[in-house]
Design a protein around this ligand. Structure first.
Ligand SMILES: [Zn+2]
Length: 314
């Protein structure tokens, strides 16, 4: 998920996608991008670069595909009939912080919601759709095993340590979230290039999907939509939106070769930092949905139907 200062980039890409669908704007035919998982497109300079060959995009099996402003590129999608599992790794110091309570509630209630149902408009090569179900299966704590300045490799090491150490199960039908406290930086660009990202890697011989989400308390102006949250924890309330963004991207594009548009924007990227209709909580914070007993302000996601559009629910 990009930082807010790049919102204009995301918005222009969205307009370009919509306009291309309408056939009124010429899109640069020479540019083809593949997703990096960090919310910006990475230009593919030659066929086969990044394992994503120019022209490899395939029409959607269900008749959706390009006509909805996002394309299926043939890779795996997380379509397990029992849903996708998630695990949290609380990295750093989260003592006396309400974030674990708030974000565990999010994890337990995002599945089955009208919001997550948007992802059921995505499908794999066999035409099997994403299920509107998320199973939160546990968490662990990591007290700075890699220090306070994490490279991308260090973040994978955090996930690897939890799995190979037997603290969390090795689960290829899961997304592992590395959630860092505000004193921790991710050195490839947290707060300047992104607020979170998702990717995959080989851990213990298996393809493991994982995500980094930093605490926006480190940089509220870049990574939080508002300085007050509906749950009274601006950092955690900001993380709720970023976790949701990365989760829906990981489910529909787990190996970065499934669903994204011609500019490399995954489903959530196309709606980043847009929230639709908002209400005001008793503490003055904005929210746009209720999951379980809590209100959240969570960014919209791209519906892969009816030409494609951003929505809070489907
Ligand atoms: Zn993204």
């Amino acid at each position: 998920m990009q930082v807010k200062k790049h919102w204009a980039v995301a918005a222009s890409a969205l307009l370009a996608a919509a306009a291309a669908h309408a056939g009124t704007v010429k899109v640069d035919e020479d540019a083809e991008f593949s997703p990096t998982g960090k919310g910006w497109g990475e230009l593919v300079n030659s066929p086969g670069a990044n394992g994503h060959a120019r022209g490899a995009a395939k029409p959607g099996g269900g008749g959706g595909g390009a006509s909805n402003g996002i394309n299926y590129n043939g890779g795996p999608v997380m379509t397990n009939v029992n849903g996708t599992n998630i695990y949290y790794i609380w990295y750093g110091n989260w003592s006396s912080n309400t974030a674990p309570t708030i974000l565990t509630d999010l994890a337990n209630h995002i599945g089955g919601s009208p919001y997550f149902n948007i992802n059921t408009t995505y499908y794999d090569k066999a035409g099997t759709k994403v299920t509107n179900r998320i199973n939160y299966l546990g968490s662990t704590n990591d007290a700075y095993s890699q220090g306070t300045a994490l490279s991308d490799a260090a973040i994978q090491a955090v996930v690897s340590k939890a799995i190979t150490g037997g603290v969390l199960p090795k689960d290829t039908n899961a997304v592992y979230f590395v959630l860092t406290s505000a004193d921790v930086n991710a050195t490839s660009g947290f707060c300047t290039q992104y607020c979170g990202w998702h990717t995959h890697g080989t851990i213990g011989g298996s393809d493991i999907k994982y995500s980094f989400v930093g605490n926006p308390d480190r940089c509220p102006s870049a990574c939080a939509a508002q300085t007050n949250g509906p749950n009274g924890n601006a950092g955690a309330d900001g993380m709720a939106s970023i976790i949701s963004h990365e989760l829906e991207e990981a489910v529909t594009d787990p190996d970065l070769n499934a669903w994204f548009d011609r500019r490399g924007m995954e489903n959530a990227d196309k709606c980043a930092w847009t929230f639709g209709t908002e209400s005001t909580a008793s503490n003055g914070a904005k929210y746009n949905m209720t999951l379980g007993t809590r209100n959240f302000l969570i960014q919209q996601n791209w519906v892969n139907a009816s030409g494609g559009f951003c929505a809070e629910a489907f």
